[in-house]
Write a protein that binds this ligand. Structure first.
Ligand code: AMP
Ligand code: ZN
Length: 470
């Protein structure tokens, strides 16, 4: 397949180095807040990449998506909440898992946390290897990467050393550095902040070292096949990841760099620091489906910016409904029918879909293949030429598309879910039990009626109360 590589600024043929398993790392969420739909644009794009590698190209994928559960922001936010760091970040990790499932991300092989001991040790080992190779210096108990020691610095972001600009995430701590461009590998402990000591003195890792160390610990010898994230990470984060991994091992870090353009809101990047964010849950609470959001986020090419609005979400809903209505319609097709050349037509659709997706994940083109076929098959059903056997073959083709799209399956799972969250149903049933115990039958009946109005039937029996979907 062809994949755009930020390192070379061009599309290149891609195959895993060992011919079988793609070793893929992507930067995960910084868990100091619930992830927003901008974050999920990147995660959905990487999910589409993963599904294309697996289901269209037939490779295995070994994917690592980390959680950044220690950095300046997580520490500050946990302190503000008055909670231990780990308990604080646990909550947002759970929220991420919930949203990831809701939006149909395939489970990945590994989701390491930076603060797990094995990862901390891997970071310290990498810093020691960098020290041994002359890439570091110490200052006030912290360890820094000396950029002047790594002439290749700036190759990914195409920086010249003199004119290097500060990115959004340039480390702005107060420690002494020899050169403003240098970045911290290990930060000396500050009073009241969590710290670890695995041989570099009490402190905590810098953000960048977390990813280099976890990627190589879990994926093995460099170079890994693909490293990905949002476009904002090219500089300094990914540039620094390269400097660390290559400085420590003397080998290239990643063969392909995959970057996803921004989701914007009102012409600005959606971001937690600007505060212009919606979460997956916000979208659902406004009465939309996560499958619709998934469709919207993936329907635009991953290297083009996308501006979110409720109107385009409505348009995405119309498209998803067309798809799901069509598949439902196929199930109702009866009769013999004789669509001339159906097998060849379906074969062509699969080939064109495959070609579009393996052409740097050209989703807009792939979707036009899907909707062209849909239109043609709708006309055939209208004309009575499809027939039950043909409809089954068409359905199989749409299910095959959906292995990559992941929208129809998600829609089906949503339909099978109770319209009211299970926890809420259980809470209301418990409240009703309490009301009955207190002989407040008016309240008990009110709860039953409320659930009934929302599609949940409550049944009392000698063994207790049960509920089911209408
Ligand atoms: P963070 O939690 O900030 O470390 O970000 C997690 C992932 O989301 C990274 O890959 C970011 O590049 C990506 N990301 C953050 N904001 C956006 C956005 N507005 N659009 C697309 N991707 C984003
Ligand atoms: Zn990273």
């Amino acid at each position: 397949m062809k994949l755009y590589n930020t390192l070379t600024r061009s599309e290149e043929p891609f195959a895993p180095a060992d011919g079988r398993t793609v070793r893929l790392y992507n930067c995960g969420l910084t868990v100091y807040a619930r992830g927003h739909i901008g974050n999920f644009r990147t995660f959905v794009a990487i999910d589409i990449l993963r599904r294309t590698l697996r289901h269209l190209e037939g490779w295995q994928v070994h994917q690592v998506t980390n959680f950044t559960d220690v950095d300046d922001k997580t520490i500050a936010a946990a302190a503000e909440a008055g909670e231990p760091l780990r308990a604080f970040t646990d909550r947002y990790i759970a929220a991420f898992r919930e949203d990831a499932a809701a939006i149909g991300l395939e489970p990945v092989e590994e989701m390491p946390r930076a603060t797990d001991e094995a990862n901390m040790r891997a970071m310290v080992d990498m810093i020691k290897a960098l020290e041994a190779r002359g890439h570091t210096y110490r200052s006030d108990g912290s360890v820094y990467f000396r950029i002047a020691s790594f002439p290749e610095y700036g190759r990914l972001a195409r920086l010249d050393h003199e004119g290097m600009q500060s990115g959004a995430r340039v480390d702005s701590d107060s420690y002494h550095k020899e050169d403003a461009r240098d970045f911290v590998l290990w930060k000396a402990a500050r009073p009241g902040e969590p710290s670890w000591d695995y041989g570099l003195g009490p402190g905590r890792p810098g953000w960048h070292i977390e990813c280099s160390a976890m990627a190589l610990r879990l994926l093995g010898q460099p170079p890994i096949d693909i490293h990905g994230g949002g476009i904002d990470l090219v500089f300094p984060h990914h540039e620094n990841e390269i400097a660390q991994a290559e400085g420590a091992t003397g080998k290239p870090f990643a063969r392909f760099w995959f970057h996803v353009e921004f989701l914007n809101l009102d012409s600005e990047k959606m971001s937690k620091s600007l505060g212009n964010v919606y979460t997956v849950r916000d979208v659902i609470e406004r009465g939309h489906r996560a499958s619709t959001l998934r469709y919207l986020l993936m329907s635009v090419h991953y290297r083009k910016p996308l501006t979110f609005s409720w109107e385009i979400l409505e348009q995405a809903e119309a498209a998803v409904r067309r798809l799901s209505d069509f598949v439902a319609r196929l199930d109702a097709v009866t009769g013999e029918g004789s669509f001339e050349g159906l097998d060849a037509r379906l074969e062509r659709a699969r080939r064109e879909f495959h070609e579009a997706m393996t052409d740097d994940l050209n989703m807009p083109r792939a979707l036009s293949v899907v909707f062209d076929l849909l239109r043609e098959m709708n006309a055939a059903i209208d004309a009575g030429t499809l027939g039950a056997a043909g409809a089954a073959a068409v359905r199989e083709t749409f299910e095959w598309f959906d292995r990559v799209l992941g929208v129809l399956a998600l829609r089906k799972a949503e339909d099978a879910q109770p319209p009211v969250p299970v926890e809420e149903i259980e809470r209301l049933i418990e409240e009703r039990r309490e009301a009955r115990k207190a002989r407040n039958f008016a309240r008990a009946d009110e709860i039953r009626a409320e659930l009934d109005a929302r599609g949940i039937v409550v049944e009392d029996s000698p063994t207790g109360t049960r509920w089911k979907r209408k």
